[in-house]
Design a protein around this ligand. Sequence first.
Ligand code: CP3
Length: 365
Amino acid sequence: MTTDTTGTAARDDEPRPGGPADSPFVRACRRRPVPHTPVWFMRQAGRSLPEYREIRANVAMLESCRRPDLVTEITLQPVRRHGVDAAILFSDIVVPVAAAGIDLDIVPGTGPVVAEPVRTAADIDRIRPIGRDDVDYVDEAVRMLVKELGDTPLIGFAGAPFTLASYLVEGGPSRTHAKTKALMYGEPELWHALAGRLAEMTLAFLRVQIEAGVSAVQLFDSWAGALSEADYRRFVLPHSTAVLAGLADAGVPRIHFGVGTAELLGAMGEAGADVVGVDWRTPLDVATRRIGPDRAVQGNLDPALLLAPWHVVEAEVRRILEQGRAAPGHVFNLGHGVLPETDPEVLTRVVALVHELSAGPVGRD
Ligand code: CP3
């Protein structure tokens, strides 16, 4: 396809020069040379921004995710303010789960809370297949955003089967993921049925976003670091692979991210990602040795470090850029989401510093 009438510009074999599919962000994901190292921040749209707090003052989280006008405005806020190289759709990993028929809410200060936890075969059957009509507000928001963003790429996202399953089985956030692991170890067939169902849902949700025009997708397996590599490979990798490898023909780069995944980086790359997200525990050069030369990396700046004095932040940005040179492609980002107490001015300064320090051709052809 060579025209952009359906928002599919990111999938052109020959991307329009300067367009979103030729942006520094998408090029770095594809391990192509870039004019500067691209930078965006996980949770860049959110509570660190006063304009976000204002717009969300009287609107519940899930409701805001279902209003294309609000999604568009909130997604654009950090792009306008910080000049980041990519926007990320304002939504949440539980949005498709709610669309699939599971009664849940996102409770401020807590996170997703599920009315009736999913623990039996009958519970799993409550998760209905979803299609575009079930998340038409996401389709509409992405289309509006692609128009508004022009040459800035939009990242779509979804939660990976393990992280979604953890919220569903536990009924809410959990430090130990004990009930989830008990199901996994004690009833492996049931576990695989649940993870398989969630993989199908996630694949469908990401396809809606890609059809609507996102330039890349990120699969968040935030809590996968709770598992050993052996258990990750046995219980999780086949399902995350079903999602990522299932998008191999979609023509947009795929990012795969988790926290505490030092031991899992190689396996997470094998799931079919073009880019592997790295938290603050593993330097990018070490991560690259674990992941291999055929995948780009993203991340590593500790979100809490942004609360330190500027000279500390600056030294850390320099270190990450330097170590990122060992990777075949580098997207600058945090090791997890922006903390609500972060001074937005610091984020803006980080973007400018990354651009300044990395200006000039970066990477090999
Ligand atoms: O990155 C972005 O800017 C896009 C927005 C985004 C949100 N959630 C908005 C949100 C993204 C990418 C997510 C993904 C998400 N949601 C993940 C994976 C990423 C990660 O952080 O590990 C997870 C595990 C969730 C589940 C979830 N939703 C949590 C843990 C919370 C925080 C609870 C709290 O209040 O501390 C949410 C709510 C949520 N999702 C908020 C935002 C901006 C805060 C709600 C608010 O502003 O009232």
